[in-house]
Every structure is written in C-alpha cells, then in structure tokens.
Design a protein around this ligand. Structure first.
Ligand SMILES: C[S@@+](CC[C@H](N)C(=O)[O-])C[C@H]1O[C@@H](n2cnc3c(N)ncnc32)[C@H](O)[C@@H]1O
Length: 224
C-alpha cells in the first residue's frame, strides 16, 4: 500500500484548516479528516460511528451533529430512516459533499431524505439558529472526539447542562439523544443522569491496529 497521504481537499477558514486526505489506493484507500489541526476521524475503523446510527429505527426523523466523512449519515440512510438533518459547522465540508469529493459524502448529499445545514449544532439545539427546528426522534452528536478532546474549544459548552437539556427538550416523545465519545467521561455521565434516569453509558470496543480502544456512546431517552 502506498502510504504517502494525498490531500483531496483543503480549506482554511475562521476556525482553522479543514483537510481531507487519502492514504493508499483503490479498495485499500483510507480517507482521513483533520479539522483545526485535530484528527477528527478516518475511514479505517468506523464501527462506532455506525453504531450511533444503529440506535435509530425505520422512519425516524434524525438530527446528526457533525457530517465528518458521512459514515453515521450513510448508515442512517441504509437503516431506512425518514429524514436526516445533518448540521455541520464547516461550510467547506458541506460543499465537498455536494461536489462528491468522496463517494460516501456525495451519496449523503444527493439523498432526498437528507438536508445539510451549515451551522453550529449547539446554536441549533439551544434555538439560537431558527432552523432546523425539530422535534427529532433521534439526536446523534459526534462533533468532537468527546468532551475530553474537543475539535473546537467552544464546543465545551455543548456538553454542559444548558445545551444538554436543550437537546433533550428537542426530542419527540420516546426520542433518543446519543453522544459519541472517545472514552468514558464521568462529568457528562452525571449531567445526563441529572437530566433523566434513562441515561446510559454503552462501551464499544474496537480494534485499531494493535490497540483495543473503548469508545463510549452516552444515551438518554425522552418519555413517551
Ligand atoms: C468526528 S467528525 C464526525 C464523524 C461522523 N459521525 C462520521 O460518521 O463521519 C466531527 C465533525 O463535526 C464537525 N463539527 C465540529 N464542531 C461542530 C459544531 N459545533 N457544530 C456542527 N458540527 C461540528 C466537524 O467539522 C466534523 O466534520
């Protein structure tokens, strides 16, 4: 495999650089997303991004915070959800999706069930952005590597009480809030537990090369 990364797209904006790179060729190719100097994700191992989407059900109206490489959104489409509002802070990434810079991003952008919004998902959830407005059957947040490893320092507020309770209030009856994290976070867990007794911590073990990593998805369910 050719290990020299090739830059597919690069954009420099007010929050730093967004870079999409590819390693290798053909079926072995691995796409990698760097946002503001932080490794956001790559396509080598995406089970936990897809596990987020697997928490939904056919026909569901879903909000996804963070387009990334489109794995969560594409898995939702495969799972026959009804609509997907994807809120992505980097306009370049949304533009690249419409251009189809990767097959998966192009597929997500073209699907008539998907609406792509350029916005801060926290502003959407707290009502500082009027659209999209919800309610949603599921709100899936994967905008950082978790509260311990932020892509943007401002995202710290997304994991505090105000934004968490605003997100929870945007759920339709029986709806699910889910938050992807690179590891367990006791503070986030206790804030969700203060919000609802339905708060749960699910560990997803994945093998990345020689490392076994325990990703965590926090969930909270709205009453029926
Ligand atoms: C780890 S990636 C998401 C991966 C995605 N789940 C997937 O399957 O490809 C994080 C994404 O969230 C975006 N992001 C970061 N902060 C955000 C915010 N406050 N609002 C919306 N999007 C944000 C980043 O630009 C990046 O595209």
């Amino acid at each position: 495999m050719d290990d020299m990364p090739v830059t597919i797209a690069r954009w420099s904006g007010p929050r730093g650089e967004v870079v999409l790179r590819r390693h290798g060729v053909a079926d072995d190719a691995i796409e990698e997303l760097i946002v503001n100097g932080a490794f956001a994700m790559d396509s080598a191992e995406t089970a936990s991004e897809e596990a987020l989407a697997d928490l939904t059900w056919p026909g569901a109206r879903v909000l996804v915070g963070g387009l990334g490489l489109g794995f969560t959104a594409a898995t939702l489409l495969d799972a026959r959800v009804g609509t997907v509002d994807v809120v992505e802070i980097e306009e370049a990434l949304v533009a690249w999706a419409y251009e189809g810079v990767t097959l998966r991003l192009g597929r997500v952008a073209r699907d008539p069930r998907v609406r792509l919004w350029v916005a801060d998902v926290r502003a959407v959830l707290t009502g500082h952005e009027p659209e999209p407005a919800g309610p949603w059957d599921a709100i899936l947040l994967d905008v950082d590597n978790g509260p311990d490893f932020l892509i943007h320092a401002e995202n710290a507020a997304l994991y505090r009480e105000e934004a968490l309770s605003a997100a929870y209030a945007r759920l339709a009856p029986g709806g699910l809030l889910a938050i992807w994290c690179q590891g367990a976070n006791a503070g986030l867990r206790s804030r969700l537990q203060a919000l609802t007794s339905t708060a749960r911590e699910e560990v997803h073990k994945v093998q990345r090369g020689r490392h076994l990593i325990s990703y965590v998805i926090y969930t909270a369910r709205a009453p029926h």
